[in-house]
Write a protein that binds this ligand. Structure first.
Ligand SMILES: [Cu+2]
Length: 137
């Protein structure tokens, strides 16, 4: 009786493995894929630039930017046109950042800039520039 139970457990284990393993090995698709890496970047926006101002990820990664601004007196933001990102960042605490998340589903070098700064007292911040590089496979 115990042997039958053991065989049953082993069989069901093999069945489960054969069900889950192929889906882990195949990949692809542009929707959120559990097998892909989440690339998390803490970014501070100062009056004079993004820190860091260079982000490198792999194609297919989920990019999660945890952004804060050090000067909330006027709007600082993050825009990446290639991924339809345009967010005002008004949070100042690293423990409660603005979260910007998207999937890097195309390779290339994309500009990070501030679209919201123009509403500040000194107008747009042309020096507020960074790059996002998405490496191909
Ligand atoms: Cu500023």
């Amino acid at each position: 009786m115990k042997t039958k139970l053991a065989i049953l457990i082993i069989l069901s284990g093999v069945l489960l493995a054969s069900y889950y393993l192929p889906s882990k090995l195949s990949g692809g698709g542009s929707a959120i894929d559990e097998n892909k890496t989440v690339k998390e970047v803490e970014m501070a926006i100062t009056h004079g630039g993004y820190m860091p101002n260079d982000i490198t990820v792999n194609l297919g990664d989920t990019v999660r930017i945890l952004a804060i601004t050090t000067d909330p007196s006027h709007n600082h933001g993050i825009a990446i046109d290639g991924f339809r990102v345009n967010k005002v960042v008004s949070k100042t605490s690293p423990s409660n950042p603005e979260i910007i998340e998207f999937i890097a589903d195309k390779p290339g070098i994309f500009e990070i800039y501030c679209k919201s700064c123009s509403s500040g007292p000194i107008g747009s911040h042309p020096w507020l520039k960074g790059t996002l590089e998405v490496l191909p496979y």
